[in-house]
Write a new protein. Structure first.
Length: 201
């Protein structure tokens, strides 16, 4: 192992510990009470170390969101392989994501289901400032669709639109849940199937 690799792995381990500490603090106290000093105390490092590794509180929220997104996208990759039909696979993946969102501490804090904690800075990451999350999710979902090898009545540009629409519908169902996960996923799948039928007509 090179010195550069060792440093990178050490830095990644430290960042994970800082993010774990921030999540633990949020669970105990709510996001509004999470401070850089509290995270530093939790891990046993200086406050400056926290700033150096994850930035200010808004950047900390973004790091947390992107790490949780990676876990959600791992679930999407698995579920998309578990159904042969594309629309069924998308529905199955959406249902899994929405189920996971319902129990995820960060998501619960973002949508305000954690009592007494309604953090607008976190909510913005999934709404008005969701570009990075949408882009990352679209990349993974599109690749999952292509990996299924099915002939689609869509151009590449049209597929991009369809994938982004699905991703944004899932985000909307996460941030403003109005139905159980299976029903919301079925609605998204219905819209996708209509789009595919319309494109092939």
């Amino acid at each position: 192992m090179t010195v550069t690799t060792f440093r990178a792995e050490t830095q990644e381990l430290l960042r994970d510990r800082l993010l774990d500490a921030a999540l633990a603090l949020m669970e105990r106290r709510g996001w509004s009470k999470v401070t850089m000093a509290a995270v530093a105390d939790e891990v046993g490092v200086s406050r400056q170390t926290v700033y150096n590794e994850v930035g200010a509180k808004r950047a900390l929220a973004e790091h947390l969101a992107m790490r949780e997104l990676a876990r959600f996208l791992d679930l999407v990759r698995v579920r998309m392989t578990e159904r042969d039909d594309l629309v069924h696979a998308v529905q199955w993946a959406c249902e899994g994501v929405l189920d996971l969102a319902g129990s995820n501490m960060l998501v619960r804090a973002i949508v305000g289901s954690v009592p007494g904690d309604h953090p607008p800075d976190l909510l913005a990451i999934l709404t008005v400032d969701s570009g990075e999350i949408v882009e990352a999710a679209c990349t993974v979902v599109k690749q999952c669709v292509l990996d299924k090898g099915q002939v689609l009545p869509l151009s590449d540009a049209e597929l991009d639109i369809a994938v982004e629409s699905v991703v944004r519908l899932v985000l909307s169902a996460i941030t403003r849940p109005s139905k159980p996960a299976p029903e919301a996923a079925a609605d998204i799948a219905w819209i996708l199937r209509l789009a595919l039928r319309g494109a092939s007509a």
